[in-house]
Design a protein around this ligand. Structure first.
Ligand SMILES: CC#C[C@H]1NC(N)=Nc2cc3[nH]c(NC)nc3cc21
Length: 371
C-alpha cells in the first residue's frame, strides 16, 4: 500500500510491459483487466468472488451512478467502496462515452453537455467540473476526464473538433481534480482513426503531466487492425512511466495484441455480458452453451480449471440452465468468463516476467484453435 499513487515498471518484453500501480486501497498488477461494475455491481457476481478470481480493481460508471442512486446519496452512504462492499481500488469512467451512447436529447457546448436520462427523462448537465465532483463523491481512486465521444463514423473535421474540445476539458478536469496524492485523474487520448490527430492528442495530454493516460475512441466497431494501428501511433507518444489504459477492450485476442503494443489496463463488458448470453470463454476457445449439441455432453467446460463453474458443472447442465433462462446459468458463465480473463492476465504477466510473451501468445492462440 502507498499513501501516494505510484506506477512502476517491473519488466518489459518488447513493447509489452509488466508493472504495478500502488494506491492507498491496494496494488494493481499490470497488465490488468478491470471487470465492469457499471452501477456498483459486477453483474451476476458477488464482489468476494470477483476479488477471489484475482481482480485488483473494478470499473464503475459516473453516468449510471449519478442517475441512480445519485452521487450525493452514495457519498452520504460512505462512498462507492462502502456502498458496494468492494474495498480495493475503483476506476470510474467520466460519463462522456455513456452520455454519447445512452442519453437522449444531448446538447453539447464548450461548457459541457446537457442531456436527458435514458431512465426517466430527467434533464442533467455534465461539465468537466461536475464529472470530477461526482467521481470525488463516489470516492473513486482513478477518475477519468470528461471527453466528447463522437459517434463513428465521423468526418475527420468532427473528430478533430471533438479531440480539441476534449483537450480543453482535460485541462479543466485537471484543475478541478487538484492535488489528491492517493488518487489519479487520467486523460483520454482521442482522434478516431486519424493518426495525426491521435499523435497531437497524446502529445498535448503528455504535456499536462497527468498520472495516467487512456486511449479512447476505439472498440467502437472499428476493425481490429485499425485499433491496433492507432495503438502503434499513440503509445510511443505517451510517457513510459505512466499507466496506459485502453478503454472498452476487449476480446482475449484484442488484449494480447494490445499488450504487445504497450497497453497496461483494460476494461470490457465482454466476459460478463457474454456470460449472461450463454457464451463461455475457455482455454480452448469459445463455447456457445445455447447450442443444442451440448444437451447431452457430460464434460465440464475445463476439467483442469481452478474455477468451480468451469470444472464442476456439465455442459449439458449449463445448456439446460441457459435454455431455461435460469439465473444460475448467467451466474456460472459469468464466473467462468471472469475467471478465464483473470487467468489470461496472470499468464500474460508471468510471460512478460519470463521474457516469453511472444511464446505465450502463440501457445494461447493455438489452444483457442483446438476448439
Ligand atoms: C471517443 C471515446 C472514448 C472513451 N471515452 C470514455 N470516457 N469512455 C470510453 C468508454 C469506451 N468503451 C468502449 N468500447 C466498448 N470504447 C470506449 C471509449 C471511451
Amino acid at each position: 500500500m502507498s499513501e501516494n499513487f505510484e506506477f512502476k515498471l517491473t519488466a518489459t518484453d518488447g513493447r509489452a510491459r509488466r508493472g504495478e500501480i500502488t494506491m492507498p486501497r491496494g496494488t494493481v498488477r499490470t497488465p490488468a483487466f478491470m471487470p465492469v461494475g457499471t452501477g456498483g455491481t459486477v453483474k451476476a457476481m458477488y464482489m468476494d468472488q470477483v476479488r477471489d478470481l484475482g481482480a485488483d480493481i473494478i470499473l464503475g460508471n459516473t453516468y449510471h451512478l449519478m442517475l441512480r442512486p445519485g452521487a450525493e446519496r452514495v457519498a452520504k452512504l460512505g462512498g462507492l467502496h462502502e456502498f458496494a462492499r468492494w474495498q480495493p481500488p475503483i476506476l470510474t469512467d467520466s460519463g462522456g462515452f455513456q452520455v454519447m451512447s445512452l442519453a437522449q436529447l444531448r446538447k453539447l457546448t464548450e461548457s459541457g453537455v446537457t442531456f436527458r436520462s435514458h431512465i426517466d427523462g430527467r434533464a442533467y448537465e455534465m461539465t468537466p467540473e461536475r464529472s470530477i465532483e461526482i467521481q470525488g463523491l463516489l470516492d473513486s481512486d482513478i477518475q477519468m476526464q470528461l471527453d466528447e465521444c463522437v459517434a463513428l463514423p465521423s468526418t475527420p473535421k468532427d473528430i478533430q473538433r471533438a479531440m480539441e474540445l476534449s483537450l480543453r476539458w482535460a485541462e479543466r478536469c485537471k484543475t478541478a481534480f487538484g492535488n489528491q496524492p492517493g488518487k489519479a485523474m487520467f486523460g483520454i487520448v482521442q482522434g478516431g482513426d486519424v493518426a495525426d490527430l491521435r499523435i497531437r492528442s497524446a502529445q498535448a495530454l503528455k504535456g499536462m503531466d497527468l498520472k495516467g493516460y487512456a486511449v479512447g475512441g476505439l472498440a467502437v466497431g472499428e476493425p481490429q487492425d485499425v485499433m491496433l494501428e492507432m495503438l502503434d501511433v499513440t503509445c510511443p507518444e505517451l510517457p513510459d512511466d505512466k499507466p496506459r489504459y485502453l478503454m472498452g477492450v476487449g476480446t482475449p485476442d484484442d488484449i494480447l495484441k494490445s499488450v504487445a503494443r504497450g497497453i497496461d489496463m483494460f476494461d470490457c463488458v465482454m466476459p460478463t455480458r457474454a456470460g449472461r448470453h450463454g457464451l463461455a470463454f475457455t482455454r480452448r476457445g469459445k463455447v456457445n452453451l445455447r447450442n443444442a449439441r451440448h444437451a447431452d455432453d457430460p464434460r465440464p467446460l475445463d476439467e483442469e480449471s481452478s474455477c468451480p463453474a468451469a470444472r464442476d458443472y456439465s455442459r449439458a447442465y449449463l445448456h439446460h440452465l441457459v435454455k431455461s433462462g435460469e439465473a444460475l446459468g448467467a451466474m456460472l458463465l459469468t464466473w467462468n468468463n471472469l475467471s478465464y480473463y483473470q487467468q489470461l492476465m496472470q499468464g500474460i504477466r508471468g510471460a512478460i516476467e519470463a521474457s516469453n510473451f511472444n511464446g505465450f501468445t502463440e501457445e494461447t492462440q493455438v489452444a483457442w484453435a483446438q476448439g
